[in-house]
Design a binder for this molecule. Structure first.
Ligand code: FAD
Length: 324
């Protein structure tokens, strides 16, 4: 039996989000010979993005284009996607485990009477089964799951599965446009969406994160961290301790009740390493901890630890990286 997997392509400011290419790779890990992969884009002015996606190994790039889909809202996305999905009947749907994906996946699964699994970090095949790996209990346990029936909807944790590379040789996939008009009056954005930007690099997709805790002592204490993050092309994050103290915005919070990040390098500065913080960053590839307390729990999970004052260590690191 050949199957079709559908990737819901997420984009922002006219660019495909990295996690979309990771979801595409996830779908190809789930696929066997004879299965086909398709993607769908929703929004307005999508010609450029559709052309970009068509260069990947997809059978089709579906485009549902209308002004009412310009800004995400779950009602209109489900309203637009449900009839489309009914028409192509995918066996599996992949989304990024982003704010949009976390909101849309369960709504879509309910509409399609599909099984749903969130925050998948790895995919493998075992015989006829697709096996999904996901963390549980704030990362303390890992479970492997299979679905007993199709269709299913999964979300893929950013920065875990490598992004798909383009197929090469120009456009590979066909672009199929679909008409959409809302089936009923739906909520719309009548003015504009104001988005709080924490930095140039999206925290959940950053390869390097320099994170500050209560040890930074003030808003100004984040300045050396920002400088290091900028030099390394990374983003600044924070513990809840730092957010609660008012040193930075809650949009930077990493942890159980904040963002889950999995960068290549995570530099924790003045963060003690509470379990709730670790839940958001213990999947990072390399963890570097800077703390003046040699017994701080963060050192138990750090690959590299520096016992010292962050206000001395961080500027020194910046100085050395500048030379490199
Ligand atoms: P502290 O624990 O106060 O640690 C500060 C560290 O800085 C210390 O280790 C100290 O040695 C070091 N330090 C001080 N000065 C310096 C210096 N000059 N140089 C170097 N080191 C220095 N926390 C999160 O982070 N994310 C969450 O999502 C989250 N969710 C939670 C959910 C619940 C339900 C609960 C109960 C708690 C949650 N917490 C969360 C809070 C968590 O338990 C900790 O309180 C918090 O992570 C502590 O933040 P911190 O490490 O910055 O502060």
């Amino acid at each position: 039996m050949s199957r079709t997997f559908l990737i819901i392509a997420e984009h922002r400011d006219g660019k495909l989000r990295q996690v979309t290419l990771e979801a595409l790779q996830a779908a190809s890990l789930a696929a066997k010979d004879g299965d086909s992969l398709a993607a769908v884009l929703l929004g307005s002015d999508l010609d450029g993005l559709a052309g970009e996606l068509a260069a990947y190994a997809l059978s089709d790039v579906h485009v549902i284009e209308t002004d009412s889909l310009k800004q995400y809202n779950p009602e209109s996305y489900v309203d637009a996607l449900a009839p489309f999905i009914d028409s192509i009947r995918p066996d599996g749907v992949f989304l990024g485990h982003t704010a949009l994906g976390r909101d849309l996946a369960p709504a879509l699964a309910a509409k399609l009477s599909a099984g749903q699994l969130s925050d998948v970090t790895a995919i493998e095949q075992s015989g006829e089964e697709v096996v999904f790996t996901r963390p549980l209990y704030a990362g303390k346990a890992i479970e492997k799951k299979i679905f007993r029936a199709y269709p299913w909807v999964v979300t893929i944790r950013p920065n875990n599965i490598p992004a798909a590379g383009s197929a090469g040789g120009g456009q590979a996939a066909g672009i199929v446009k679909h008409d959409y008009s809302p089936s009923k009056p739906l909520r719309t954005v009548i003015r504009d969406v104001v988005r709080k930007m924490s930095g140039k690099v999206d925290l959940t997709e950053a390869k390097v994160i320099v994170s500050g805790g209560r040890g930074v002592k003030s808003g100004d204490g984040f300045k050396p961290l920002e400088e290091l993050a900028e030099l390394l092309g990374g983003a600044v994050g924070a513990s809840r301790g730092a957010c609660d103290a008012g040193y930075c915005d809650y949009s930077l919070q990493i942890g159980q009740t904040g963002k889950v990040v999995t960068p290549e390098i995570y530099i924790a500065c003045g963060i003690s390493g509470a379990i709730q913080h670790l839940a958001g960053m213990n999947g990072s590839r390399i963890i570097i901890a800077i703390n003046k307390d040699p017994d701080a729990p963060i050192f138990q999970i750090a690959d590299y630890g520096i016992v010292g004052d962050l206000f001395e260590v961080v500027p020194l690191l910046t100085q050395e990286f500048r030379k490199a």
